[in-house]
Design a protein around this ligand. Sequence first.
Ligand SMILES: NC(=O)c1ccc[n+]([C@@H]2O[C@H](COP(=O)([O-])OP(=O)(O)OC[C@H]3O[C@@H](n4cnc5c(N)ncnc54)[C@H](OP(=O)(O)O)[C@@H]3O)[C@@H](O)[C@H]2O)c1
Length: 310
Amino acid sequence: MAAPAGRIVAVVGATGLQGSAVTRQLSRDGWSVRALTRNPEGKKAAPLRALGIDVVQADSEDTRSLERAFEGASGVFTVQNHHISGYEGEVRQGKNVADVAVRVGVPHVVYGAAGFGHRTDVGSWDTKVEITEYMKERGVPVTVLRPMAFMELMTASKFFPPASVWHVMPKLRGDTRPVGWLAVDDLAVIVSKALADPGRFIAADLPLAADVRSIAECRELWRQANGRRPRRLPMPVSLFERFVGTDETTMWRWLAAHDIDIDTQPTFDVHPEALSVPAWLSRRRKDRVRTSSETAPRMRRTVGRGDGGS
Ligand SMILES: NC(=O)c1ccc[n+]([C@@H]2O[C@H](COP(=O)([O-])OP(=O)(O)OC[C@H]3O[C@@H](n4cnc5c(N)ncnc54)[C@H](OP(=O)(O)O)[C@@H]3O)[C@@H](O)[C@H]2O)c1
């Protein structure tokens, strides 16, 4: 389905991991994107401004600002982060998005959720169940996407991979237990496809994973892609919890105790080209090599000018 040129999608969380990938993908696919942020002049919004994307001020605690941002939109993508807002804040903000979407008459909301769609006692999954139930009660025309672990957990510094995915996660969850993986860019493709085809996707609730690999397998795939094993920072679980809280450790313990069904079919039904873990690692490696070979001459030129060539 072609994305309707000129039609607007408002993205809540547009400066974040998921939202920025979604914003770029929607823009590439021909949507007019309104990228919402609390701070449009801030550093996180700068790359979106540089792409010519309409960056607008909105705070999900302030429904007036959401109303302005959603006015005239054909779709909304929404995601919240409990690490920033706390569980109660996440739920309050998710419900505000739902209320405003109904009030303004947004025809399609795509919700970036997580978990298994039922209560588990994992805080950041139960918040998503509460928001989803509220959206349904309020009659929001919603598509719920529940990505499993993002492949970026292995690389993005904000997730502290040496301590988290390469140490505490396998310790608590089990090194050889299956994990469902999805690249954030593939989530973005799926969001764009959903928004372009509301008839197919409204009321859908999709668990998303493009590959199933244990941490032990990922470690070996990483070694093959990068020529060395990933860095690991052993630390006691209690110390990890002091830094990042107990949400992830509760989640990994829950996953160790429950056999889960990980089905990649819903992902491939929508996005047949979604990347496996080895394909994603290999693409990341090539991107890094290309970026460093593109920036190196520029850096040399800059140094040459600045230091007088001595
Ligand atoms: N890690 C995984 O494997 C995984 C898998 C599935 C789902 N998840 C879920 O992903 C979610 C986090 O997504 P993410 O990683 O994309 O988050 P992120 O990178 O931390 O981005 C969060 C965004 O929320 C915005 N924000 C924060 N407070 C706001 C407020 N009051 N009003 C409006 N915007 C606000 C921030 O924008 P500004 O600061 O610019 O305002 C930022 O753009 C969590 O709910 C987590 O459970 C994670």
